[in-house]
Design a protein around this ligand. Structure first.
Ligand code: SAH
Ligand code: MG
Length: 220
């Protein structure tokens, strides 16, 4: 396990079929997606796009926080579905990606509703004002557990936390010894993250084998 291009959380034919149902995105998003594939920038999986948008249409948030902007693809996906008066704050710590994300936001009509913050989420999160009603966690998987106390502080009651890539390309279900050494720290930290979310009585969490694994958490 470990060295795979595509996760095998769900069998490949099912994923291929689900992807075949997808229709196109806006020219800007299509352009960004092509760029991401060419430059090996990680962006959300196809099946995650409509899932995120559905959640946003259903919850109608006023303040969205994203941890892990990359080039701004998922932020713009969320912006399409959010109410007029909603604002997104998104954090990215890889300097090279900042001007690219900025330029993409400038090309979008909704870009002025997105605030991009450059820095390590570990340092940025404590400085943010609480009251987010939707948080999309999509940064380094091994850090989710470290972000969690701040995420909990920032997330309003009645708010939703969506954590991406929680099944670690299928590695999470393997025993610690069945995966490559370099992935073991992520493995144990992600298990701890999901365990913590599932064992808290403040939240309800569903772990869904969609895309690379999504944890959907509602704060009571
Ligand atoms: N949400 C994006 C993809 C994000 S990829 C999309 O779907 O379009 C994950 C991003 O998180 C990477 O660009 C990486 O540089 C960033 N990242 C990783 N750890 C981080 C941290 N501690 N603080 C801020 N950004 C981080
Ligand atoms: Mg992701």
């Amino acid at each position: 396990m470990g060295k795979k291009d595509i996760a095998v959380i769900v069998d490949e034919r099912t994923v291929t079929y689900i992807h075949s149902l997808e229709t196109g995105n806006s020219p800007l998003l299509e352009e960004m997606e092509a760029y991401a594939h060419k430059e090996f920038v990680p962006i959300i999986r196809k099946e995650m796009e409509s899932f995120l948008q559905n959640l946003i249409y259903m919850t109608k948030p006023k303040r969205i926080l994203e941890v892990g902007t990359a080039i701004g693809y998922s932020a713009l996906i969320m912006a399409e579905a959010m109410p007029e008066d909603c604002r997104i704050t998104t954090i990215e710590n890889y300097e090279k990606r900042i001007p690219i994300a900025k330029a993409n936001f400038e090309k979008s009509e909704k870009g002025d509703r997105i605030t991009l913050i450059y820095g390590d989420a570990m340092e940025i999160l404590p400085g943010l004002e609480a009251g987010f009603d939707f948080i999309f966690m999509d940064a380094a998987k091994g850090q989710y557990i470290n972000f969690l106390p701040e995420i909990d502080r920032l997330l309003s009651k009645g708010g939703v936390l969506v954590s991406d890539n929680v099944l670690q390309d299928g590695d999470l279900i393997e025993s610690r010894y069945g995966i490559e050494k370099r992935n073991r720290t992520i493995h144990s930290r992600m298990r701890e993250y999901l365990y913590t979310l599932k064992h808290s009585d403040q939240v309800v969490t569903s772990v869904i084998p969609l895309g690379d694994g999504v944890a959907l958490t509602y704060k009571k």
